[in-house]
Design a protein around this ligand. Structure first.
Ligand code: GRF
Length: 220
């Protein structure tokens, strides 16, 4: 059984602020939602760094506009995935990161990374896992003909989209939905539940027992 125990962190008005490290490869709308939630005090934490494998990721621009440190790490400069992951972990440790948030990060993390941040890496997936893991989840849902899909925030383990589930939100699939229309409606919900899950983590309220995540009630 594990839960995050806040350590010697910045304390503002008696609140422990966790350090969040975001890994991102693309447009960064989830990063933006997290940035807004931090600004509004809905997440007791701060984004210490946004790291990308893509120099041109729009997410990096969003981070810079919000005075968040950014780091581009080029995969091509490394022998293999483990060496690449080691570089990222080294950077996250340097920034004293407590929680790693994958926000549209297009690389699979290797076992070294997962071990170094066990139960401290989150991902968001645009389907109700365990349905439709992997790429093009919204397309998979439309093609399969499900009536309901949605999004899932989960901890990352060594499988693909297979880690313990933290929060899910259902979204109706309409008869005339395209992949794009469904993706747009799911994305709105992603922007709600990802910040919520991060806040639960920062409050130390996520308890993992084997593959189940329990949410502790708020202590008053
Ligand atoms: C989202 O659909 C998320 O569920 C998936 O990648 C996409 C990232 O979008 N993991 P954005 O970069 O946050 O806009």
């Amino acid at each position: 059984m594990t839960s995050f125990v806040p350590g010697t962190k910045l304390v503002i008005e008696e609140k422990v602020m966790i350090n969040i490290g975001v890994l991102t490869s693309g447009r960064g709308t989830n990063l933006q939602a997290i940035i807004e939630a931090v600004k509004e005090g809905k997440i007791e934490g701060r984004i210490s760094v946004a790291i990308s494998d893509n120099r041109d990721a729009f997410a990096l621009k969003r981070a810079k506009q919000n005075n968040i440190e950014t780091k581009y790490i080029n995969f091509k400069n490394f022998k293999n995935r483990e060496d690449y992951d080691k570089k990222i972990v080294e950077y996250l440790k340097k920034k004293d990161v407590d929680l790693v948030v994958l926000a549209g990060y297009m690389r699979i993390l290797g076992s070294y990374f997962i071990k170094m941040y066990k139960n401290r890496i989150m991902n968001i997936h645009p389907a109700l896992l365990p349905s439709f893991p992997g790429l093009h989840a919204q397309r998979q849902a439309v093609e399969y003909g499900v009536k309901v899909s949605g999004c899932t925030v989960h901890f990352v383990d060594e499988g693909v989209d297979s880690g313990p589930i933290i929060l899910q939100k259902a979204v109706e699939v309409k008869d005339d939905d395209t992949e794009e229309l469904l993706a747009e409606r799911i994305l709105k919900e992603e922007h709600q539940i990802y910040p919520q899950a991060i806040q639960l983590f920062s409050q130390g309220r996520l308890i993992i027992k084997s593959r189940k995540v329990f949410i502790k009630k708020r202590s008053i």
